[in-house]
Write a protein that binds this ligand. Structure first.
Ligand SMILES: Cc1cc2nc3c(=O)[nH]c(=O)nc-3n(C[C@H](O)[C@H](O)[C@H](O)COP(=O)(O)OP(=O)(O)OC[C@H]3O[C@@H](n4cnc5c(N)ncnc54)[C@H](O)[C@@H]3O)c2cc1C
Length: 394
């Protein structure tokens, strides 16, 4: 019987697992070294989509999208529907071929995804520069959300369901399994380590080695721009960056004054990339975005908008964060030692999958079957591997 569970990490994954366990009458304690969403969740862009070609990934994404919408219907959490377009430009035959090959497989999985030729793309989104697009695709089942809001709302629900949420509490773990708090070592029937970029370090303290690297990514929000009202979420596979429209309120641009000439809802564009593909110490990395990233991101936005569309020039705010990588680009979700569980390795897709995989790991802790493909024991732990960024189309 699993009566008591410790969850280490108050990001999107940890709070989802804690809430799912508490809802099943488990005695749950969540430990978070900072505030809820203090890690990558509080730095994430909030893109959500179901455009996955693999059977498992597509099913997980579909389940997660359902949960996000359910949560938005039931709480103050806001989920904004917004199609997700990804494309390759002329001369980039490798990525164009990959997109052409992926989309039929996504459709076979029941995903609402279609290929768009440049003319159709231009007709649907005239604000995009399409004259050099080789191939594009759109996922209609997509949207955006504020990941920190998700974590706050789900943590509240976990508390209401009876979980003890202990913020500002940095802990260690042992293989017993137990949690070392600043005051005592406390035994639990099961311990889940969902500590994002710190997961490898924490598990090493328990004598468990997992092949997870932390790599640095960057994002920014531009000044207000009318383009934010008429573009989809975009991933330019050739230029290797993404953007999503952000709403006025979300970005702190202020709410619209009735009768003002400002276009209603004009927010900014949240632009991301700036990936540094090497292993970072999760306690020693630069939190501020690089000047080169800020400049190149604005230039790439400029190049991706159609002639005549007003361009954002200024950057409102920018930041960096860590993502986690595994050797095969699939996450580690499961038991590593009796009673000791892990959930990490999201390759930049951890927020959008947390509503599903946070539940999956909770179910596994309670003895149900997990997802074979994500079993952490598929690795020895000492694998050498290069970091591949999650959105990469190849
Ligand atoms: C710039 C950027 C953009 C991104 N955009 C997207 C996106 O659009 N869509 C998407 O799906 N994903 C995105 N991601 C990835 C996403 O942020 C992560 O995959 C996801 O947030 C991981 O959630 P998590 O709960 O596993 O980890 P985290 O959110 O990192 O949570 C782990 C928590 O553990 C805590 N912790 C660590 N050590 C300890 C300890 N010893 N004791 C107690 N607590 C501890 C940390 O403080 C942290 O709060 C982005 C990431 C970044 C950085």
């Amino acid at each position: 019987m699993t009566d008591s569970v410790a969850v280490v990490g108050g990001g999107a994954v940890g709070v989802t697992a804690a809430r799912a366990l508490a809802a099943r009458d488990v005695d749950v304690t969540l430990f978070e070294r900072g505030e809820i969403a203090a890690g990558s969740t509080g730095r994430a862009a909030g893109l959500c989509y179901d455009a996955f070609a693999g059977q498992t990934d597509a099913a997980v994404a579909a389940r997660a999208m359902d949960r996000l919408r359910e949560l938005a219907a039931e709480t103050r959490f806001s989920f904004v529907e917004c199609p997700y377009v990804w494309l390759a430009r002329e001369g980039d035959e490798t990525r164009a071929a990959a997109i052409r090959e992926q989309v039929p497989r996504m459709r076979e999985r029941g995903r609402d995804v279609e290929l768009l030729d440049p003319a159709t793309l231009a007709a649907e989104y005239p604000a995009l520069k399409t004259d050099d697009v080789a191939v594009a695709a759109v996922a209609r089942d997509a949207g955006c959300a504020d990941p920190a809001e998700y974590a706050a709302v789900v943590a509240e629900r976990a508390r209401k369901a009876g979980a003890s949420v202990q913020t500002e509490t940095e802990v260690g773990v042992t293989a017993d399994p137990a949690v070392e708090t600043p005051d005592a070592t406390v035994a639990f029937d099961a311990v889940l380590v969902a500590a994002g970029a710190h997961t490898r370090k924490l598990l090493a303290g328990a004598g468990v080695t997992v092949p997870v690297k932390a790599y640095r990514v960057q994002a920014l929000v531009t000044e207000q721009t009318p383009a934010s009202e008429c573009v989809p979420t975009l991933y330019d596979a050739t230029e290797q960056f993404y953007w999503r429209p952000v709403e006025q309120d979300e970005t702190g641009f202020g709410t619209r004054t009735p009768g003002s000439s400002q276009r209603p809802g004009a927010g900014g564009l949240l632009v991301g990339d700036g990936v540094e593909k090497r292993d970072f110490d999760p306690d020693d990395w630069e939190r501020a975005a690089d000047a080169t990233f800020r400049t190149s991101a604005v230039e790439r936005v400029d190049a991706a908008l159609a002639p005549g569309v007003a361009r954002p020039v200024e950057v409102e705010r920018s930041w960096a964060g860590l993502c986690t990588a595994t050797p095969d680009r699939d996450p580690l979700v499961g038991e590593v030692e009796p009673g000791l569980f892990v959930a990490t390795g999201w390759h930049g897709h951890g927020f959008m999958r947390a509503p599903a995989l946070g539940r999956t790991i909770a179910e596994q802790i309670l003895g149900e079957r997990g997802i074979d493909k994500f079993e952490p024991t598929r690795f020895d732990g000492d694998e050498q591997f290069p970091v591949v960024e999650g959105m990469t189309v190849e």
